[in-house]
Design a protein around this ligand. Sequence first.
Ligand code: ADP
Ligand code: MG
Length: 253
Amino acid sequence: MRPVVVKIGGGALAGGALEDLPEVLETGRKVVLVHGGGPQLTRMLDSLGITTRFREGLRVTDARTLEVAEMVFGGSVNKALVRELGALGVPAVGISGTDGPTFLVEPVRDLGRVGEVARVEPRLIEALWAGGFVPVVATLGLGPEGAYNVNADAAAAALAVGLGAEHLFLLTDVDGLLKEGKAIPALTPEECEGYVADGLAAGGMVPKLRAAAEAARGGIEARIMNGNKKGAVAGAIAGERIGTLISEGVVAR
Ligand code: ADP
Ligand code: MG
């Protein structure tokens, strides 16, 4: 059984879909969680009087912002998620992508300390799995000048490809890529960019669709779905039609 990568968005951090994990793990499936924490970081930066700027959905990250991002993503957000999983009976260990190192990144031009995953090194994740733990990965990566901030959707997709995962679940606070209030059931990777170009997907949905498309091109079934809905993860693994599925094999219907 190929592994499952679950990305949890800032708005869905305490969501009900995580309650499926004990059941999924019982089937022997290997699971790794990846999380963002943008809203939490913005709140902390505000309280420190540091202004936040975005370019095409990506945070411009100077050295100070990076320092705070590492505190928030690798610290408070990561540890809260690990505790939450512990309360569900899931033995979890929080790491950052710079541990191992797991994410090796290349700097993204003009965004400061923002990186793109160039290589995934799975040894630490595999060691945690071997010990019976679920890794919870904060999306920072190691690059030429130290730690870099990595978009969590993109990092989750790179990890899914690097691990040869079967599923990538992008859990968020909406039911999928919404059109007229309803989630589009299925898309090919080629169709994703069209929805970015025509403006249906905006803001945080843009990097999410692009990440899903990248994973789909790597042979993974990527789904954008609501992390607040209990049963979403277990249901999708069981083959239910939930959220928006992005995959190479999708037949238009
Ligand atoms: P996450 O923290 O899960 O990454 P984001 O806020 O980054 O969440 O991205 C999800 C958001 O994308 C939604 O809450 C919504 O505001 C926005 N969005 C923009 N266009 C769409 C769309 N067509 N369908 C659904 N959500 C959309
Ligand atoms: Mg986002």
